[in-house]
Design a protein around this ligand. Structure first.
Ligand code: PMT
Length: 227
């Protein structure tokens, strides 16, 4: 039988939403279910890749044949991803990472003592940007596929993220559209590279979207796609 197309490739996928703790029982998170990232991980596994899935909070059970690393907060995800970059060929950054976390994390459950309460937040590390910067000083590897969850001016924001975060490709989903984005079984995405739009992928299951993304990445890694 012919060798599988991603045999020998080490693929790292992030999935799910990060959890930023306020106190031992409360936290800030988002609606990411992990389905998009899990679908990419499974599709890459079935194409012969050695897959590591770094996941935050997910509603999905861990797939077989994939190394799963739990990372609750953005800071933990940042560490888990960075320490694996040297042993990674392709990264898919499908996780929904919180941009901010509480400045202080209470060690005991917070009591209600006042009518108003302000929660002070601080910026989290931008993992995708850190990968882009690491790559520049490490021989241009790994190949980086970022995601962008947008509600307006999808193309403009996606291209801005592609350039700022130094990705090879960016997968934009308009999360305001029915059947796309957070929690749904399907997704609708547009894939952009340095040269602009690479492909618009109409509504299909997240697994089918994952297969399209892998086709694009395989062609791109071989240098047969203009971007
Ligand atoms: O998990 P599902 O329910 O299946 O939903 C899938 C999805 C909608 C979550 C997924 O397709 C998706 O779009 N993931 C990215 C969501 C997101 O955080 O988008 P963003 O535009 O805020 O961030 C852009 C990129 O930077 C993302 O690749 C994100 O992982 C990365 N990022 C963002 C902030 C941060 N501090 N660190 C990061 O690495």
């Amino acid at each position: 039988t012919a060798p599988k197309p991603l045999a020998g490739q080490r693929v790292l996928v992030t999935a799910g939403g990060t959890v930023e703790r306020i106190d031992p029982v409360r936290y800030i998170t988002n609606d990411s279910s992990g389905k998009m990232g899990f679908a990419i991980a499974e599709a890459a596994r079935d194409r012969g890749a050695e897959v590591t899935l770094v996941c935050g909070r997910t509603e999905t059970t861990a797939p077989n044949g994939i190394r799963v690393v739990k990372a609750e907060s953005a800071a933990e995800m940042h560490e888990a991803v960075m320490e694996r970059l040297a042993a990674t060929d392709i990264v898919f950054k499908a996780a929904a990472v919180a941009d901010y976390r509480p400045l202080h994390r209470a060690t005991q459950k917070m009591k209600k003592t006042t009518d108003q309460l302000s929660l002070e937040l601080v910026r989290n590390p931008d993992i995708l940007q850190a990968i882009g910067e690491w790559k520049e000083t490490n021989g241009g590897k790994p190949f980086v596929v970022g995601f962008a969850a947008e509600t307006t001016d999808v193309e403009k924001h996606a291209l801005d993220k592609l350039n700022r975060k130094k990705c090879d490709l960016i997968v934009a989903n308009n999360v305001a559209e029915a059947g796309a984005g957070f929690g749904s079984e399907t997704n609708i995405v547009s894939v952009y590279g340095q040269g602009g739009l690479v492909e618009h992928v109409p509504q299909m299951t997240k697994r089918a979207v994952a297969e399209r993304l892998l086709d694009i990445v395989q062609a791109d890694v071989k240098g047969t796609v203009k971007r």
